[in-house]
Design a protein around this ligand. Structure first.
Ligand SMILES: [Zn+2]
Length: 266
């Protein structure tokens, strides 16, 4: 106890020191509160930044997902299919056309344009779009490079092919025979039926895929190499013929060509 020994000055000094100390404590407390606030704000900001980045990533993934889905849903072949009126007369999917069986005179099918500008018979259109859509989804880059041909178009292809062989020194007779292995004589080409398509892709894989899967859509690998004596045409890996799903399945599973199948059906 400080009793009786302090004078006014001492008391004042002690009081001042006391208040100074109190003020210092209060200041320190305020500083501590401010530091705490700053830290809290920093963590808050970090958290918001984190949320923002997370949100951006989420939106990015969503957009990519949408694009992927759009890639399928809005495929050029799917769009082409959606936009067509396919009602109307059906052509004869099983009509056999080869060098021994010409087309009916003046035959012109009911035609629909496919992406890329070629045309096919209405009957083959939807299955073709479905097949190409699947091939596209598998990254094969399918493309119809030749569909329906007019008599004139077939004639010009035929004449050009004969010309090629003539220029290589073949006799007229030999040039015609050689050309006919590759280009059907006008009036005997399946392309004039509108039921045949020549398909290309971004690699040879498209042909392997078509040989394994085209039957599911009603198409057949029309000119296998080992059937040349029956089809009259050299192997063409790009040429597919629509025959309908039922026939395609039999032809595929039994390893037939269309000539053999037609014979079986008699
Ligand atoms: Zn062809």
């Amino acid at each position: 106890m400080n009793t009786g020994i302090w004078d006014g000055e001492n008391w004042e000094l002690e009081q001042k020191a006391h208040w100074k100390k109190q003020e210092a404590i209060a200041r320190e407390q305020r500083r501590a509160v401010r530091r705490k606030k700053r830290r809290r704000k920093m963590w808050g900001d970090l958290f918001l930044t984190f949320l923002f980045v997370l949100g951006c990533l989420g939106i990015g993934y969503w957009a990519i997902g949408q694009q992927g889905a759009g890639g399928n849903g809005q495929s050029v072949f799917a769009q082409a299919l959606a936009g067509q009126d396919l009602s109307g007369e059906e052509t004869d999917a099983l009509l056999l056309v080869n060098r021994w069986n010409p087309l009916p005179e003046g035959y012109v099918p009911d035609l629909v344009e496919v992406p890329g500008g070629e045309k096919v018979a209405k009957e083959a259109y939807a299955p073709l779009m479905e097949m190409l859509q699947q091939a596209e989804a598998e990254g094969l880059g399918p493309q119809v490079v030749s569909g329906w041909r007019t008599q004139e178009k077939q004639q010009s292809l035929y004449d050009n092919k004969i010309g090629e062989y003539l220029s290589q020194g073949y006799s007229q007779k030999d040039a015609v025979a050689a050309a006919e292995e590759w280009v059907a004589k006008p009036g005997t080409s399946e392309h004039q039926l509108g039921l045949a398509v020549d398909i290309n892709g971004n690699s040879y894989d498209i042909y392997t895929w078509l040989q394994e899967n085209s039957w599911r859509y009603g198409f057949i690998f029309r000119y296998p190499g080992d059937k040349q004596s029956l089809t009259g045409v050299a192997e063409e890996v790009w040429h597919y013929r629509y025959v309908g799903k039922e026939a395609a399945e039999v032809i595929h599973s039994q390893g037939l060509c269309l000539e053999e199948y037609a014979e079986q059906q008699k």
